[in-house]
Design a protein around this ligand. Structure first.
Ligand code: NAP
Length: 466
């Protein structure tokens, strides 16, 4: 009877996980997705706890308390820190899988080698390699995103790096094969595999630039999912297998979507050392971009009838979304048609801009995807680029030598006039300069995005009151 209830609960939980992922696709149903995911997880934990054979409730209680102590503060991090928070949770998932695999191996070894069947050993080896490399890889990703001092942001590369990294992994896999063949004879290889997997996780991340971390995190997410699948086979738990498979595949799909939006391949993300400072072309520094004051910009905006705002990473850094909401309110009150152009990889995580704009309660209908807004750009009177750089860089369309060549962009350069808000002429994530800033119809509004938009709002509301 109890087993039937547990099986029904597992099916319900799996169905809720699938609905959760499906509802997350659309901002209108995303909240349902969160509730479905939480409900699925609660059902999963309770039904697993009901399973006969859970022997030591003391240890389980300590683990739950520890989980709360770590999890509650993690849930309170600001939105800009969500990528590193996600990476940190993946590292815990990887560590958990690795530890379960290690415990099971030594337990079965002591209980009798007949327990270590070929199938179980394959699952344990897959679990520990994927689990431990996800642990250290995700910790490194967290450190890079959090800009921890002793972990350099820029990719670190050296000759023969890929060969060394792949050799380490190959040695771990060969060790694993030996253990599968004879799990009792080669016990000393087990800790060696763990050390190699931990090391591989660190070395895998070193050559990857800080800003490529979101793609890497979703890839590590899929590794964590796969190690959970292996853990499901080790523990003979079907729910772990299905939930892990959902986790693994969704992580992989997300990485593919991000790579497509950047027009980059997986190998380029993993081994391309993207984000190294590019040496500037000679003569470029002598060029100067035209500047405008918030006062002058406000006057031009007053005359506009169609305005498009392109938010980017700088908006997130400056937390300028609330000021942007005020600007949006003022302009729409004056009859200006204001839209937001959303690039799929603007910012540092998928949906970054959507979430921030939704936080400031900007009507969702005003957010237009890149592919839908580009054909309207020539009719736009003013485009305001707020802390966006790479996603509006025309080099992606025309400069075959550019590292972002081929990446689809928002055609801000095709609008009648462009205001670009940023603090300096410094490059963005790709480390390259942007021709848009030197175009005839582009005017720079230098400063922190929140302050500059605040000034624009002051000017516009002053003029309106007058
Ligand atoms: P970006 O190219 O990184 O440029 C951001 C710009 O914001 C910088 O040039 C910076 O210039 C400016 N900025 C920073 N702080 C600011 C502040 N407080 N006020 C005003 N401006 C500020 O950003 P993006 O155009 O959003 O492009 C995103 C990049 O990340 C793309 O290359 C994309 O491929 C990559 N990426 C995104 C994802 C994702 O999932 N979204 C994943 C992986 C990679 P100043 O320093 O001069 O102010």
């Amino acid at each position: 009877m109890i087993y039937s209830i547990i099986h029904i609960a597992y099916i319900l939980s799996t169905a809720l996980f699938i609905f959760s992922l499906n509802w997350m696709k659309d901002p209108k149903t995303a909240r349902h997705g969160v509730f479905a995911g939480v409900a699925a997880m609660i059902i999963a934990i309770v039904s697993t706890a009901l399973e006969p054979g859970i022997v030591n409730w003391d240890w389980i209680s300590y683990a739950i308390i520890l989980g709360f102590i770590v999890g509650v503060p993690l849930s309170k991090v600001p939105l800009t820190a969500v990528p590193q928070r996600t990476a940190l949770s993946h590292s815990f998932g990887g560590l958990a899988a690795g530890l379960v695999g290690t415990a099971k191996y030594y337990l079965w070894l002591s209980e009798g080698p007949e327990n270590l069947t070929t199938f179980r050993m394959i699952a344990i080896i897959a679990e520990i390699i994927l689990g431990y490399l996800t642990f250290t890889g995700s910790l490194m990703a967290t450190g890079k995103l959090q800009e921890v001092k002793w972990i350099p942001q820029r990719p670190i590369t050296y000759k023969g790096q890929n060969f060394i990294n792949l050799s380490l992994l190959a040695i771990a896999v060969i060790g694993g094969i030996l253990l599968v063949i004879n799990p009792v004879e080669y016990t000393y290889i087990f800790p060696v595999i763990i050390i190699l997997a931990l090391l591989f996780g660190v070395l895998l991340i070193i050559p990857i630039g800080g800003a490529d971390m979101p793609t890497v995190i979703s890839l590590l997410n899929s590794y964590a999912g796969l190690s959970a699948v292996a853990m499901g086979f080790v523990l003979d738990n079907k729910l772990l297998v299905t939930a892990g498979a959902l986790d693994g595949s969704s992580g992989l799909i997300l990485s593919i979507i991000m790579c497509k939006a950047m027009n980059r391949s997986f190998t380029n993300v993993l081994f391309g050392a993207f984000g190294q400072v590019q040496s500037s072309k000679t003569g470029v520094e002598t060029r100067s971009a035209k500047q405008e004051t918030p006062e002058g910009a406000a006057q031009i905006l007053e005359q506009a009838s169609k305005v498009v705002i392109v938010p980017g990473y700088g908006m997130a850094v400056a937390q300028a979304q609330y000021r942007i909401r005020e600007l949006y309110d003022l302009l729409t009150k004056q009859g200006v048609d204001v839209k937001f152009a959303i690039h799929p990889v603007a910012g540092r995580m998928p949906g970054h801009m959507n979430v921030l704009l939704a936080e400031a309660k900007i009507p969702y209908e005003q957010l237009v995807e890149m592919d839908d807004i580009n054909s309207d750009m020539p009719q736009v009177d003013v485009v305001i680029v707020v802390g966006a750089n790479d996603v509006v860089n025309p080099a992606a369309r025309s400069d075959k030598t550019s590292p972002i060549y081929g990446m689809p962009i928002i055609d801000a350069d095709k609008a009648k006039m462009c205001f670009a808000i940023k603090r300096s002429m410094n490059p963005g994530f790709a480390g390259i300069e942007n021709e848009l800033y030197f175009a005839d119809h582009t005017f720079m509004l230098f400063g922190d995005a929140k302050a500059v938009i605040g000034d624009l709002v002051k000017q516009l509301s002053g003029a309106h009151a007058g």
